[in-house]
Ligand binder design. Structure first.
Ligand code: AMP
Ligand code: GLY
Length: 424
């Protein structure tokens, strides 16, 4: 069966590598892909939001399965359009992807079904929001309702900051239409864990846990980014926490969506905060995390295409997910200045070594071949350097060693990915 993957980041490269190992996979295409993905898939120059072109391409090539990796096309309804044309697609339909597409929707769902999350209020009117924050406890968290590349969340320590925040989101529309509505929620403290799961509408299968590092600078300083590095599994995600989440969060979310007439099929990502009062949901995403996928997928033993087909066909109960008994760490190599201002088009070298060494991966996020065929940087996050090890400490050492193999002029990375596990 020929397969089309939609997206162009490190996550899609990790998905493409897993798909390439599947016994079910014939030709693999990726739209639009990147330089690294072009080594495992045929990249086609169609953007992830060009729905008509994607549907025509899938029809013309008789694609047996389309895997939608990114949030925007999922929230925009690409899966619905593919299905309407009779094409099998992995990922939630528009009415289920809203779990990521609207924070107000997901908060209301959690409230209605008693799923643990921070207390909140929703506002359509900036005046009402400005009134509300006058009597709130601080710090307080302001969230633009819609998709904002992980950047539409502001943590405000004072009334003045919150007033500016409301204006930025709802009046200046810094995050565009995502800020037409806003959620204001209680500030929580604790460790964050990302848990990804396959869902078939009724059943759910949990993958190995991971932890992201969202801020740009060491020791969690600087602006929020898409993610600067991950490790898996998270040693803070204990069996006790897993039991609690299985009882109160995971299946409860899947059942709630089914009850609302919005069955969720695809990958459901639970962003959890492990608070003193137990785990609470920070956010849902309707897809694999990036760079979470880069540490979780290389450790998964199952044939990814079989699992995805089981999700589409409602047969997930037949699947037992299995992960290697090891660990993986991913360090993102970014362009200096990311996520604000950075230079692109700089030559990248030193990647040959990854082909020779077992257990090392170089996932491409922002790369391309220029007119002369030279590999150059083409984004803020450039590469995800992942390494496995028998345990987290070894995986971490391996990943940092491998970051030294790679050279480009404005290479920047956090030096403290996984430091919290070193303290254990
Ligand atoms: P989100 O996009 O909702 O996951 O928010 C992005 C980041 O903001 C999270 O990963 C947290 O670090 C932080 N955050 C979001 N909501 C809260 C909250 N209620 N309390 C504390 N931190 C939060
Ligand atoms: N790494 C966080 C995300 O993919 O949303």
């Amino acid at each position: 069966m020929d397969i089309l993957i939609v997206g162009s980041g490190g996550r899609e490269h990790a998905i493409a590598q897993s798909v390439a190992k599947s016994t079910r996979a014939g030709k693999i295409y990726c739209a639009p892909g990147n330089a690294g993905i072009s080594q495992v898939a045929r990249c086609v120059p169609i953007g992830a939001m060009e729905f008509e072109k994607l549907v025509s391409f899938a029809e013309e090539k008789k694609i047996g399965l389309v895997i939608v990796g990114m949030d925007d096309p999922l929230v925009g309804g690409l899966v619905d359009e593919l299905e309407a044309a009779g094409i099998r697609a992995f990922g939630p339909r528009k009415n289920a992807a809203i779990l990521e597409g609207s924070k107000a929707f997901s908060k209301d769902l959690m409230k209605k079904y008693g799923i643990p999350t921070a207390a909140y209020e929703t506002f359509d009117d900036p005046e009402k929001a400005l009134e509300y924050i006058k009597t709130a406890d601080y710090p307080i968290v302001l969230k633009a309702d819609g998709l904002a590349l992980g950047k539409g969340v502001l943590i405000c320590n004072t009334l003045k900051e919150a007033q500016e925040g409301v204006r930025t989101i709802m009046e200046d529309k810094k995050f565009g239409d995502a800020g037409n509505r806003m959620v204001i929620e209680e500030f929580m403290t604790g460790r964050e864990v990302s848990v990804l799961a396959f869902v078939d509408g009724k059943d759910i299968r949990i993958m190995s846990s991971a932890q992201d590092h969202k801020r740009a600078g060491d020791n969690d300083t600087g602006p929020n980014t898409g993610g600067m590095g991950t490790f898996s599994p998270s040693p803070f995600y204990t069996e006790e926490i897993d039991d609690y989440c299985k009882k109160y969060i995971y299946q409860a979310t899947v059942d709630a969506m089914a009850k609302e007439g919005r069955p969720f099929q695809g990958v459901l990502f639970f962003g959890l905060m492990l608070t003193e009062k137990g785990p609470k949901v920070l956010e849902y995403n309707a897809r694999f995390g990036d760079p979470e996928a880069q540490v979780v997928l290389p450790r998964m033993k199952n044939d990814i295409v079989e699992v995805m087909e089981a999700c589409i066909d409602g047969r997930l109960h037949e699947i037992k997910l299995e992960f290697e008994e090891n660990a993986a760490v991913c360090v993102v190599l970014a362009s200096e200045g990311y996520p604000l201002h950075y230079e692109k088009g700089l030559p990248v070298t030193g990647l040959e070594r990854f082909e020779k060494e077992e257990g090392y991966y170089c996932f491409h996020a922002g790369t391309k071949f220029d007119e002369s065929g030279t590999l150059v940087t083409n984004g803020g996050r450039v590469l995800g350097i992942t390494a496995k090890g028998d345990d987290l400490k070894t995986a971490r050492e391996n990943a940092y060693r491998a970051t030294e193999w790679v050279r480009f002029d404005n290479k920047y990375m956090r030096r403290d990915i996984g430091n919290t596990i070193m303290e254990l």
